[in-house]
Design a protein around this ligand. Structure first.
Ligand SMILES: [Fe+2]
Ligand SMILES: [Fe+2]
Ligand SMILES: [Fe+2]
Length: 290
């Protein structure tokens, strides 16, 4: 379809829209990780709970954007957008979060202007309004952190236990991205729903491991490994079963090795969830093949 003369610039092709929405999605991804690291690193409390709730709102944004991208025939990007890390004091972190919200607000405003589709515009406006509210929340947290004397509670412990926990975090982060991406791409609705559910369960694991690590005097490194890029549902599920089996063994081994009772229990609980994931994916694969 050609662009009418004189209207050049008003009609944006799908590819360009997908590109802009993927930029937004990457921004949400960066925000989620930045906020989670901040929430975990200040230790348990009201403020960290509130920040985790904001991270969950960003996850919802990511989900909305990914769905639109898929509707337009695109593939959601799993790249992580720019983060504003750094700063020693919690007040600095909160200021960085204010700035990151400012970046998002600026970008959403530009994209709302650039994209003409009313449905997408409406969605972006809704997200924009959340970001404006988040920026206010973080401004408030700058003061609150100062008043409460919030501190970085991470420690410098580096041993086999912290290595195991960081390894677990890397695994969980990887499968969160993998299962989300697959849930958007598979045409199998049941598989899509299960993949979303298991991704949420993996998010829980990531949070538990990060908190455990910090409680034990360590510092979480939230990075991920390679995400499987299969395009056929059966191949996705095969890759998932493979990684779940591998991680089940690893958690089982780690649970036997660690001395701390609580940590042993936590690793066993996560291991049991991973066994459940393997079973769910195995059933789905059987149905997919039939
Ligand atoms: Fe957002
Ligand atoms: Fe997990
Ligand atoms: Fe799992």
């Amino acid at each position: 379809m050609g662009v009418e003369p004189g209207k050049r610039g008003e009609v944006m092709d799908k590819k360009k829209i997908i590109e802009l929405l993927n930029q937004d999605l990457e921004g949400e991804h960066g925000a989620i990780i930045q906020y989670l690291i901040h929430a975990y690193s200040m230790g348990e409390g009201e403020m960290s709970c509130e920040i985790e709730a904001l991270a969950r709102e960003e996850m919802r944004h990511l989900d909305f954007l990914a769905e639109v991208i898929v509707e337009l025939g695109g593939v959601p990007s799993m790249k992580r957008g720019k983060m504003r890390m750094g700063g020693k004091a919690v007040t600095d972190w909160m200021s960085n979060d204010v700035l990151l919200e400012g970046d998002a607000i600026k970008q959403y405003k530009e994209h709302i202007k650039a994209i003409s589709g009313p449905k997408i515009k409406r969605l972006l406006r809704r997200i924009l309004s959340d970001e404006e509210s988040h920026r206010g929340d973080f401004q408030h947290f700058v003061d609150k952190a100062k008043k409460e004397g919030a501190k970085d509670v991470r420690g410098k412990r580096r041993d086999k236990v912290t290595k195991t926990l960081n390894w677990g975090i890397e695994h969980e982060y990887t499968v969160i991205l993998q299962y989300l991406l697959q849930s958007y791409l598979t045409p199998n609705e049941e598989a899509s729903e299960e993949l979303q559910d298991q991704a949420i369960n993996e998010m829980q694991h990531l949070g538990w491991l990060a908190e455990e690590l910090i409680d034990g005097g360590g510092s979480p490194k939230i990075e991920h490994a390679k995400v499987d890029r299969s395009t056929k549902t059966a191949d996705m599920l095969k890759a998932d079963i493979k990684i779940e089996k591998k991680v089940t063994d690893a958690y089982d081994r780690a649970a036997k090795e660690v001395k701390e009772k609580d940590l042993k229990q936590l690793l066993r609980r996560i291991r049991d969830h991973e066994i459940y994931h393997t079973e769910v994916f195995t059933d789905l694969l059987k149905e997919e093949k039939e």
